[in-house]
Design a protein. Sequence first.
Length: 301
Amino acid sequence: MVLVSDIYQSRSDNEAAIILRQDPVVYPGPYAKGEFTLSEHQLRSYRKNGFIQLRGLLPESETAELLREARELAAASGRRGLPEAVLEPGGEEVRSVFRVHGLSTVFDRLTRDGRLLDVARQILGSEVYIHQSRVNLKPGFAGKEFYWHSDFETWHIEDGMPRMRAVSCVVLLTENNEFNGPLMLVPGSHMHYISCIGQTPQDHYKQSLRKQEYGVPDETSLRFLVQRGGLQSAKGPAGSVLFFDCNTMHGSNSNISPFPRANLFLVYNSVDNRLDDPRGGLRPRPEFVASRAVDSGLQRL
Ligand code: 6CS
Ligand code: FE
C-alpha cells in the first residue's frame, strides 16, 4: 500500500517543517482512575509539559536490585555478543541493552506493576503493551551523548507507529545529577512535530542506536521549541520515575564524570496504536527494537 499523505511526514523532503500535533496528549478511557493513577494536578502538568517526574516512586532497596539486574544483563549480553547489546560509538562498553523485559523476569514483572502500568493506561486511555524496553548505562567517563530527538519521529518513520499514543516510562536506576548526563527535555515540545530532512538508509538502527544521524531535528526548529518552552533536566535520586510523551523533544550529554548514570526505559504503546509498515519502503526493524509480536495488552499484577 502506498500512503498518499501522511500527517506526520518526515525524511521525505529536503526541507524541515514544523507540524502541529494532531493527537490528544492524555486519552480519555476506562483507566482514568486506579490505585496509582496521577492526580488531576499531575495530569494537567503532564498535558502541558509532555512529561512528569515522580520522585521516590520506587524505594531504594528495590531500585538497588533493579540496578544489579541491569548490570548483570549488560555484562552477560555484551559477553555473548547478543544483538540486544549495543556498544558505545568507537568503544567496547555496553551503551544500551534492548528487550530487557524479554531477557529478565525482574523487568518483565515491572512492566505489569501497577505503579507504572496504572499511569501508562491512564495516559493512553486503553490497554497497553511494551513497544520497546531498554537500559541505557552511560558509564562514567565513557558514556556518550544522545543527540536531540523525538522518539515518535523514529517510531513513526522506521517502525510505522501510526499516532502519538505511546509513553516512555524511565526508572532512574542511579542518581541522575548535573554531572553524569541526565536526560534533558523541552517542556511543551510534544505539541509540535519536527519533520526532519534526509533519506533513511536500510538497517539504520545499527548505526542510530550508537549515534543518530537521520531523524535529527534542524537547529532552527530546536531553537523555536526551546525559546517557547525552555529546558528542564530530569535530575533526581534513584527510584524516581519519569513519564514522557513519545513526541517530547529530548536528549542528553555525555558522561565525563566518574559517576555512572543508568536508566531503565519501558515504552508503553496503546493496543489501538499497533505498528503498521515502516514509511518509505524501509524494512521493519527487528523485534528487539520494535515489538510487533504482541497479541494482547499487559495483565496487571
Ligand atoms: O531508535 C529508537 O527506537 C531509539 N532511539 C533513540 C535515540 N531513542 C529512543 C529509542 O530507543
Ligand atoms: Fe529517546
